[in-house]
Design a protein around this ligand. Structure first.
Ligand SMILES: Nc1nc2c(ncn2[C@@H]2O[C@H](COP(=O)(O)OP(=O)(O)OP(=O)(O)O)[C@@H](O)[C@H]2O)c(=O)[nH]1
Length: 400
């Protein structure tokens, strides 16, 4: 097979790949679409660049070489832009600098001072720079994004970077004839280059599609586990985490507790200032609770104006102290909305796991009863549940 045929096959594969991405990106959420469009443009520029390389000996080098190399460099620039958009990093005009330098350099060594080795050095350095910034963008996200597809993508870029450096080193060592042509099939490295150049965007595009689907999956998971208004864990997550932590504490015979939190006189906020201000007040309280929670504590919105915070490794006293810390955090930070400044207080009922408790709900029910006692006791206070504490209705029911 000739290098020209490999370039053609590569261009066709890339166009097919870019086409698939083009069809799929319509179903992506709006936040992912701009980066998918940039990636698709990058793949199509690569495909056009490969097509130009295929016909490089049929047209004047001073025209076709800057054009073909510029298209491929433009493709890498679009990949870099796509990755920045994917991770929410703003794009800048400086990103066009490598491709500009590259095209001018190739033109110089193709027309003004023809020198194939000079061209190769310029092209290789620009590609290495562009691949380097793509890899850097991906590696910077290692904490935020642990998806395998990100690592596959970074690995693909590293492999291409190494192959480019190898090609540069090979030609620097072996030398390059003045009438060198990239389509000369007698040189094995001329076969390897288009293969690598064509396969990379195909693997990269596949990895990019996987990165997008991974991001969408995580977004759905987050939406299913968090409360839409406050961003805290929702009732389902609370039930799962509560049951898990309760069982673990029971298995290891360790402390476990929780606080049920209710905003005092919340109805009057809604009635006086409207539902939207009520929603903003809920968000405010959620934020204060989240800030006041320690690393091991899980704040959640149970529903309405009621929250729950799970405590690990607590006794009655430490649970009471944790509840007091949360109460104070809300009481000390009045809610503001425009010109409105409103002190908000919360009542908290805390309960800890007892040896006879068989499930998470046992602790939750006692904490509910303690919350009732806190409300009865005047609000803006924390009550710790006594071992036999029950809600009044439950006590009455039990007595019947
Ligand atoms: N704005 C807003 N209000 C909500 C939401 N969920 C529940 N509420 C309101 O929360 C209020 C709860 O009021 P109540 O249970 O009567 O209790 P309260 O006024 O807080 O009084 P105490 O708990 O006895 O101190 C009701 O007016 C509900 O409509 C919500 O998502 N947004």
């Amino acid at each position: 097979m000739e290098p020209a045929t490999v370039y053609l096959l590569g261009a066709l594969m890339m166009m097919a790949n870019g086409g698939v991405l083009g069809l799929m990106h319509r179903d992506f959420p709006p936040s992912l679409r701009p980066s998918a469009v940039s990636w698709r443009i990058g793949t199509l520029l690569h495909a056009c660049g490969c097509t130009m390389f295929m016909v490089q000996d049929s047209l004047p080098h001073s025209f076709i070489l800057p054009l073909a190399n510029g298209l491929v460099m433009g493709g890498f620039t679009c990949y870099w832009g796509a990755l920045r958009q994917f991770y929410g990093v703003p794009r800048t005009l400086v990103q066009l600098a490598p491709v500009t330098v590259g095209v001018l350099g190739v033109y110089w060594f193709a027309d003004v001072s023809p020198n194939p080795l000079g061209r190769l050095v310029v092209v290789s350095l620009v590609w290495v720079a562009l691949l380097g910034v793509c890899i850097y963008t991906l590696l910077q996200q290692s904490r935020r994004d642990r998806a395998w597809s990100r690592q596959v993508m970074a690995g693909t870029f590293v492999a291409l970077l190494v192959s480019i450096l190898f090609r540069l080193g090979w030609f620097l060592t072996m030398g390059m004839p003045d009438d060198y042509s990239g389509l000369d099939g007698s040189l094995w490295i001329n076969m390897a280059s288009p293969v690598v150049l064509s396969i990379m965007p195909v693997i990269g595009t596949t990895a990019f599609l996987l990165m997008c689907s991974e991001r969408i999956r995580r977004q759905w998971e987050r939406a299913a586990s968090t409360d839409y208004l406050t961003g805290l864990a929702n009732r389902r997550t609370l039930a799962d985490a509560g049951a898990r932590r309760f069982e673990r504490a029971r298995g290891q015979n360790r402390g476990f507790g929780l606080g049920v939190i209710d905003i005092d006189h919340f109805k009057s906020i809604n009635d006086r200032f409207g539902h939207d201000v009520g929603d903003a007040a809920l968000k405010h309280v959620a934020a204060k609770l989240e800030m006041a929670c320690r690393e091991q504590e899980l704040p959640a919105r149970q529903g309405g104006e009621e929250f729950v915070v799970l405590f690990d490794d607590v006794s009655g006293d430490t649970a009471l102290a944790a509840g007091e810390r949360l109460r104070k955090a809300v009481a000390d930070a009045p809610f503001t909305s425009g010109a409105l400044m409103l002190p908000i207080t919360i009542s908290i009922g805390v309960a800890v796991r007892l040896p006879e408790d068989t499930e998470f709900d046992c602790v939750l029910r006692r904490a509910d009863a303690a919350l009732y006692a806190a409300k009865q006791g005047g609000r803006n206070r924390v009550e710790c549940a006594a071992p036999n504490m029950r809600m009044p209705a439950q006590t009455a029911g039990a007595a019947v």
